[in-house]
Each structure stands twice: as structure tokens, then as C-alpha cells.
Design a protein around this ligand. Structure first.
Ligand code: KIV
Length: 265
């Protein structure tokens, strides 16, 4: 598929049983590379708080951060569908504020927004969708709720929790979301949610039964090792090659080997 990916493709991919590939990107350079690699969806995740801004969690990521990085990623990609995260406190306090902030992310270049929460976020999801802003849900382990969850813990392990997550998924779908991220839940539960929903599910730490998968780019490329959840598979080990290249550059500058004649005017 070489045409621009649109929201219409994801429903088709679910019904055809074709897996949806999503990865995070926070700037134009990486968005361009991932686009060339053929990913379907790029996510400007609020995970940028940790992997780009060096913050301890996602809670202090601002709308300004998200708008800036969404614009950058949008300018770098051509074909992939671009989703931007709504940061903490950009949608919880009131529905009108949620709609306005979702609109800002679209104006920055996103084609859809994502927010965390199920049944409790129904009104915000419905209002955003009714303004023709495509919206993706995110349930299960929701990092913005880290303090309520008592840490980054797998959700839905008990029968009661599992039933609540199924209800959350149905609420997100009924409110008008076009897809939903299922994070940090048992594979069997994610497979059941995927079966029961007509919209696609995108899993992260939720097993193979989802309609697609998403990973944080720094995790999958081996660039971030402050912590490494069990679900992260490294498809590259880029930290050492990057460090070695910069260290070779440092040696060359210090010994006078760079710049040589070839790299001088
Ligand atoms: O912020 C993020 O990167 C995310 C993914 C982990 C789904 O929300």
C-alpha cells in the first residue's frame, strides 16, 4: 500500500485481518524514517515526557509540548496516519476544554487525538468525535493514572477489573472512538475485548490478539534503558552505535584528524 493512509483504512484492516503497525515518533526526522519503513500509524505520545524531555512520568507534559512535537512529526511524514496524545489535564477538567485542546492538536497537524480513560471519559470522547475530530481511546494501564494505580501495573487481572475494562472498551466505542489502545492487560482479556469490539484495538503489553501493536520508539530501538517493561522487544540496539559514533567524532576532533582536507573548503 503506497497511498496516504486514512482513518478508513483501519476499519478495513480489522475486517480483513491485516495487523495495524503503530510506533511513536516525536520529531520530523524519525517520523520520516518510520514513514519510509511503512508503518501505518505514528503516535506523538505523551511518553515524550520521559524519552525526550527527561521527566519522571507523563504528568507534566503540556499542550505546548504536544503541539510543538505534533507539528514536527506531521512535517516529517508523508503517508502514515498521525495521532497525537492529549496530555494530562488537557481534557479531564471540562468537556469544552477537551474539545478545544483536541482541535489545537489537529491544527498542529495530527489527524486524530488519543486520550486515556474509559467510561469516565465518555462525555469528552463523544464531544470530540461530534466535532469531527477522530479520537482514539486508551484503556488498561493508563500512565496518566500512575498514582491511582499505585505504579505501572498490569490491569484487569481480577474478574471484577476485567469486567470493568470490557465495559470501558464498549463505552469508548459507543462514544465514537475509531480505535482503542489496550495497554498492560492479560493477553486473553485483550483478545476478548478485540473480539467484542467492531473498532480496531492496538495493543501494548496486551498480547498477540489485538488488531495492531504500538511500541515507544526509544524502547524498540534500544535507546532508552531507564526501565524496561517485560512487553518491550528491542528490534534494534542503537544506543551503543550512537555512542561509538560520537566517541569516534570526539577522538577525531581531539587528535586533529577531523576536519581533514576532504571536509574543508
Ligand atoms: O504515550 C505513549 O507513547 C502511548 C503509548 C505507549 C501507547 O500512549
Amino acid at each position: 500500500m503506497t497511498d496516504k493512509i486514512t482513518i478508513l483504512d483501519f476499519a478495513r484492516m480489522k475486517s480483513d485481518g491485516r495487523k495495524i503497525v503503530m510506533v511513536t515518533a516525536y520529531d520530523a526526522t524519525f517520523a520520516g524514517i518510520f514513514d519510509e519503513a511503512g508503518v501505518d500509524m505514528l503516535l506523538v505520545g505523551d511518553s515524550l515526557g520521559m524519552v525526550v524531555l527527561g521527566l519522571p512520568d507523563t504528568l507534566s507534559v503540556t499542550m505546548e509540548d504536544m503541539v510543538r512535537h505534533t507539528g514536527a512529526a506531521a512535517r516529517g511524514r508523508k503517508r502514515a496516519f498521525l495521532v497525537a496524545d492529549m496530555p494530562f489535564m488537557s481534557y479531564q477538567a471540562s468537556v469544552p476544554e477537551a474539545v478545544r485542546n483536541a482541535g489545537r492538536l489537529l491544527q498542529a497537524g495530527a489527524e486524530a487525538v488519543k486520550l486515556e480513560g474509559g467510561r469516565s471519559m465518555e462525555a469528552a470522547i463523544r464531544a470530540i468525535a461530534s466535532c469531527d475530530i477522530p479520537i482514539m481511546g486508551h484503556i488498561g494501564l493508563t500512565p496518566q493514572s500512575v498514582h491511582r494505580m499505585g505504579g505501572y501495573r498490569v490491569q484487569g487481572r481480577s474478574e471484577g477489573q476485567a469486567a470493568r475494562l470490557i465495559d470501558d472498551a464498549l463505552a469508548v466505542q459507543d462514544a465514537g472512538a475509531f480505535a482503542v489502545v489496550l495497554e498492560g492487560m492479560p493477553a486473553g482479556l485483550a483478545a476478548e475485548v478485540t473480539e467484542r469490539l467492531s473498532i480496531p484495538t492496538i495493543g501494548i503489553g496486551a498480547g498477540a490478539g489485538c488488531d495492531g501493536q504500538v511500541l515507544v520508539m526509544h524502547d524498540m530501538l534500544g535507546l532508552f534503558d531507564a526501565f524496561r517493561p517485560k512487553f518491550v522487544k528491542r528490534f534494534g540496539e542503537l544506543k551503543n552505535p550512537v555512542r561509538d559514533a560520537v566517541s569516534a567524532y570526539s577522538d577525531a576532533v581531539r587528535t586533529g584528524a577531523f576536519p581533514d582536507e576532504e571536509h574543508s573548503f
